[in-house]
Design a protein around this ligand. Structure first.
Ligand SMILES: [Zn+2]
Length: 476
């Protein structure tokens, strides 16, 4: 009986939930957590724009002809304003729109939105003209960007009372580290310890992730930025109680990891040199079982290389392409995402050891990575531009991500086309996790096992403390 009542309550809740939220067509969501912003006065969220109305067909009642209202909401202690730069605004749109609340035009294309709420009333929609879009720039109040400070910006588009699109940006900050905000014992009087980067290709503003021991106790998840000579405060000698580790992420270089650091002593002025090397090369054989899929596959590999490098993941893909679309009698690859035929595939001539094997098939799906052997990936006919990059993320041990820790800008968010970002915590795991195919294939460094575990962890050590999965930086 109790069970029944609970069930009914649950069903009622579900119905209310769907009734309330179904009319909203999910727009882009951009969540970045624990972000260290390196004193930049503004943030331009990568590839984030807000289209007027709904950009997918059939998803907003009355679209595209009815006028649309934009309800804007800007909150957070670290934000000063958001500038929305519009493109494709029709002539006269600025004078026809009614603005209520804390927003005003800077010029014919740029709207300044202050903290609080504002409404833009009666956006006229012309179905023949290009869709107007708004690109946000977030202006920060830099003095207020301290640990746990947040910025939240929300745009809800309504036709009458019906919400037809919602876009959301959320940042949570942590301070970038420096010698002065590490609670060091005696940095004022003497030289701090330093990390000296060598071979930093292009002198990228590298991301340094640091764990160690200070006079006040253990520290972890501390982020420093720098190109070569990076002061870090006075780190003390190792003790069993504290992890001692530095990871370096820099584009056009492999991730560098130094553990159990012996260079740091209780004295000041110690130097830890870290020589960076070129990105780790992962060889991929792309098996083209679908006729005519080569150019799609080549574009997917280019996109994967772009995203892995721009997110400082330190991994580069080197692909060779095998056209098996005309093999007589077929191959065990079949036309689907068939991880059940993994054994047959691995015994066949259409599988190469010591590398990733990506199969472009005729199946109507986006992409799949096999749990039992994450070196086997399938790409189907409905794949998106980011699908192969996303599947490489699975192959390298990552699972899916969700709000509130991540937004749909993250490459491990399933099935959206707005994905551009791997967090620093994800880049760390792809490189070090024992169940990442990086380490099952290339075997270049001692491996760890970080939580959360998403892919096959057999023959891996027990999990150890790792940087937070969502730990991130802007800009990369
Ligand atoms: Zn996935």
């Amino acid at each position: 009986m109790e069970l029944k009542r609970r069930k009914r309550w649950f069903t009622t809740t579900l119905i209310i939930f769907f009734w309330v939220f179904l009319p909203v067509s999910a727009g882009p969501v951009n969540y970045i957590n624990k972000v260290c912003i390196d004193s930049s006065p503004s943030i331009n969220p990568d590839y984030f724009w807000i289209p007027l109305g709904c950009d997918a067909p059939d998803c907003c009642p009355g679209c595209p002809s009815s006028p649309i209202d934009w309800h804007l909401r800007l909150t957070g202690n670290a934000v000063e304003s958001v500038i929305l730069r519009f493109e494709n605004l029709p002539t006269g749109a600025v004078s026809n729109l009614k603005i209520e609340g804390n927003a005003s035009w800077l010029d014919g294309n740029s709207l300044r939105v202050g903290k609080g709420e504002a409404t833009l009333r009666s956006f006229a929609v012309d179905p023949q003209a290009p869709v107007p879009i708004a690109i946000p720039q977030i202006n920060l109040n830099v003095q207020e960007v301290v640990d746990t400070a947040i910025v939240e910006f929300q745009v809800v588009q309504l036709i009458g009372q019906v919400a037809v699109n919602e876009s959301r940006i959320f940042y949570q900050f942590q301070q970038c580290s420096s010698p002065s905000n590490l609670e060091a014992s005696n940095t004022e009087a003497t030289e701090p310890d330093r990390i000296i980067l060598k071979n930093n290709t292009g002198m990228d503003n590298a991301v340094i992730l640091l764990a160690g021991r200070l006079s006040g106790g253990c520290i972890s998840d501390r982020i420093f930025r720098g190109t070569g000579d990076i002061p870090i405060g006075n780190m003390l000698s190792n003790s069993a109680a504290c992890q001692s580790q530095v990871a370096v992420f820099s584009d056009d270089n492999a991730m560098a990891l130094v553990s159990d650091i012996t260079q740091w002593t209780d004295a000041t002025g110690n130097e830890l040199p870290i020589a960076l090397s070129s990105p780790l090369q992962i060889h991929v054989t792309v098996w083209l079982a679908r006729p005519g899929s080569r150019s799609r596959a080549e574009t997917d590999i280019v996109n994967a290389n772009l995203r892995f490098n721009s997110n400082n993941a330190g991994i580069a893909f080197v692909a060779d392409y095998q056209d098996v679309s005309g093999v007589s009698g077929g191959t065990p690859i079949g036309n689907d995402k068939d991880c059940l035929s993994l054994d047959d595939i691995q015994k066949s001539p259409y599988y190469a050891k010591d590398r990733l094997n990506v199969y472009y098939t005729n199946g109507p799906f986006t992409g799949v990575t096999c749990f039992e052997n994450a070196a086997v990936l399938f790409i189907g006919t409905t794949s998106l531009d980011q699908t192969l990059t996303h599947e490489f993320g699975h192959s390298f041990s990552l699972g899916h991500v969700r709000a509130p820790d991540f937004g749909s800008n993250n490459l491990m968010w399933p099935n959206v086309s707005s994905r551009t970002d791997f967090s620093v915590g994800q880049a760390f795991r792809m490189n070090v996790n024992c169940n990442s195919t990086v380490n099952r294939i290339v075997q270049t460094r001692p491996t760890l096992m970080c939580q959360p575990i998403a892919m096959n962890p057999s023959a891996c050590p027990s999990p150890v403390p790792c940087p937070s999965l969502g730990l991130n930086v802007v800009p990369k």
